[in-house]
Design a protein around this ligand. Structure first.
Ligand SMILES: Cc1cc2nc3c(=O)[nH]c(=O)nc-3n(C[C@H](O)[C@H](O)[C@H](O)COP(=O)(O)OP(=O)(O)OC[C@H]3O[C@@H](n4cnc5c(N)ncnc54)[C@H](O)[C@@H]3O)c2cc1C
Length: 410
C-alpha cells in the first residue's frame, strides 16, 4: 500500500473538520456547526483582533432575505441586527436611457428586500461568536503552507511548524485559495479589466431604505442604504481609472460622483475612506476533492454588480452544515461531499453565469444593445411575475432550502 493511502489511526486524527480561512464564509460555517458534536478546527491567517483584516473592511454587504434567515437560524441575527439597515426599495436604472425598474418590500410582502452592514461589523460579530465556541479550536494567526490528502484524512502543515490531521478540510480561503494551489487545481477565470472603488457616502436627504443600481457607460454604480444616513457606494470603473478616483480630493470625488450618478439620492455631502478591488470572476474546476471541499470565494468569486458573492457563499455554508450534521462519524466521506455538491451545483452555476451576463450586458454600450437594455428595464417594471422572480432570486429564495434556510437550527 502506498504511504498516502495507509489508513490513519482514529486517535491520531485531531479533527473531524478543519476549516481553512476565517473570513465571512469560513467563520459562518464554524458558527453554523456550533451545536454539532464534530471536532472542529479553524485556521486563519489574520489575527481575530486585527483592524486591518482585508476581508473585514468597510465595504457594504447587502445580505439577502435568505441570508438573514440563515443567520436567524444560527442564533446570530440578534447580534447582527443593531448594525443592519433594511433595504425597502430597489431602483435599477441605466444612465441616459429611459428604462427603470423598481422593486419594493411591500409589494413582495416581506419586511425588507435585504439588510446592509459593513463587512467590518459583520466580521466583528462573527469573530466575537467564534471566541465563545468551546468545541472550536482556533489556530490564529496561522497559515496553511502544505497539504497532503489521503484516502481517509488530510494532513496540513502550518507556518508555525504545527501539523494537523482531519477527516475533512473545508477550503474557505478566498479567491486566491492556497489550498487550490497546493492541490494544483484549475479554475475558470474571467478578467473583466474592471475595478470597484468603494466608499461610504453621506447624503443631504434621508435614504429611506432606497438602494440604487445605476448602469453608466463607464460601469455600474451601486448605492446601498446604511446606518447614520450613510450609503455604501460601489463604483465600477475600467482598471487603471481607479487611480484617478482614489487621487481626487474628497470634494472633487463627490462632485464627479454627483455628475455621474445624478440627484435621485440627494446631494452627496461627505465621503469616507476609499478602497479599490480588482474584479475577476472565478469558478473552481473541482469544488469537491478527496477529503477536501471548497466553499465561498474559494469556490466562486463574483463581480459585485448584484451583491451576491457572500449570499452565495452563505448558502454553501447552510447546505454543507446540513450535510455534515447528518453524516455520522466520518463527515469527510466522498458520498457526503458529493451530496453537498449535487445540491449546490445548480445555484452556483446559475448565479455565476447570471452575474457574468449582467456584467457583459451592462458594460457594453453598443447603441442597439443599450436601447434594448433600457426597453428591458421598462418592460420588466410592468410585469409583476417577472419582477417577483427577480426579487425572489435577489432575496436568495427559490431553490430547495437546507434546514438553516428554513428557520430550523442544526
Ligand atoms: C466591492 C465589493 C462589494 C461586495 N458586496 C457584496 C454584497 O453586497 N453582498 C454580498 O453578498 N457579497 C458582496 N461582496 C462579496 C463578498 O465580499 C465576498 O463574497 C466574501 O467576502 C467572501 O468571503 P470568503 O470568506 O469566502 O473569502 P475571503 O473574504 O477572501 O476570506 C478568506 C480568508 O482566508 C484567509 N486565508 C487565506 N489564505 C489562508 C491560508 N493559507 N491559511 C489560513 N487562512 C488563509 C484570509 O486571511 C481570509 O480571512 C462584495 C465584494 C466586493 C469586492
Amino acid at each position: 500500500m502506498n504511504k498516502a493511502d495507509s489508513p490513519a489511526n482514529a486517535t491520531s486524527i485531531d479533527f473531524d473538520l478543519l476549516i481553512v480561512g476565517g473570513g465571512m464564509v469560513g467563520a459562518s460555517l464554524a458558527v453554523a456547526l456550533q451545536n454539532s458534536t464534530l471536532r472542529i478546527g479553524l485556521v486563519e491567517a489574520q489575527s481575530l483582533h486585527s483592524n486591518s483584516q482585508p476581508s473585514f473592511d468597510d465595504r457594504g454587504i447587502a445580505l439577502s432575505f435568505g441570508s438573514q434567515r440563515i443567520f436567524q437560524s444560527m442564533g446570530l441575527w440578534p447580534e447582527i441586527a443593531p448594525y443592519a439597515t433594511a433595504i425597502k426599495h430597489i431602483h435599477i436604472s441605466d444612465r441616459g436611457r429611459f428604462g427603470v425598474t423598481r422593486l419594493s418590500a411591500d409589494k413582495e410582502r416581506v419586511p425588507a428586500l435585504g439588510q446592509v452592514m459593513t463587512a467590518r461589523e459583520l466580521g466583528r460579530t462573527l469573530n466575537q461568536r467564534l471566541q465563545t465556541l468551546s468545541r472550536l479550536s482556533l489556530f490564529c494567526p496561522a497559515k496553511v503552507t502544505a497539504l497532503q490528502a489521503h484516502t481517509d484524512h488530510v494532513e496540513v502543515r502550518l507556518d508555525n511548524g504545527d501539523s494537523i490531521r482531519s477527516r475533512l478540510l473545508v477550503a474557505a480561503d478566498g479567491r486566491d485559495s492556497t489550498i487550490r494551489q497546493l492541490l494544483d487545481l484549475g479554475a475558470w477565470q474571467q478578467e473583466y479589466q474592471q475595478t470597484a472603488v468603494t466608499a461610504n457616502i453621506t447624503t443631504d436627504k434621508p435614504h429611506q431604505g432606497w438602494a440604487y443600481e445605476r448602469f453608466t457607460d463607464t460601469g455600474p454604480m451601486a448605492l446601498l442604504p446604511m446606518s447614520d444616513n450613510r450609503s455604501s457606494l460601489v463604483w465600477t470603473v475600467r482598471s487603471g481609472d481607479e487611480q484617478d478616483l482614489l487621487a481626487l480630493t474628497d470634494k472633487d470625488f463627490l462632485d464627479l460622483l454627483q455628475q455621474r450618478f445624478g440627484y435621485r439620492a440627494g446631494r452627496f455631502t461627505r465621503v469616507g475612506q476609499r478602497h479599490s478591488h480588482p474584479l475577476v470572476l472565478m469558478q473552481s474546476d473541482m469544488p469537491v476533492q478527496q477529503r477536501v471541499v471548497f466553499i465561498g470565494n474559494a469556490a466562486h468569486s463574483l463581480h459585485p454588480i448584484a451583491g451576491q458573492g457572500f449570499n452565495l457563499g452563505l448558502r454553501d455554508v447552510a447546505v454543507l452544515a446540513d450535510c455534515l450534521a447528518d453524516a455520522g462519524a466520518d463527515c469527510g466521506r466522498m458520498d457526503v461531499l458529493q451530496r453537498y455538491q449535487n445540491w449546490r451545483q445548480k445555484d452556483q452555476d446559475q448565479v455565476v453565469h447570471a452575474t457574468d451576463k449582467l456584467v457583459r450586458l451592462f458594460s457594453n454600450d453598443i447603441g442597439l444593445l443599450g436601447q434594448l437594455r433600457g426597453a428591458g428595464l421598462a418592460l420588466l417594471d410592468t410585469l409583476p411575475p417577472a419582477k417577483r422572480l427577480l426579487a425572489e432570486r435577489s432575496m436568495g429564495l427559490g431553490d430547495r432550502q437546507p434546514r438553516l434556510g428554513r428557520g430550523i437550527s442544526l
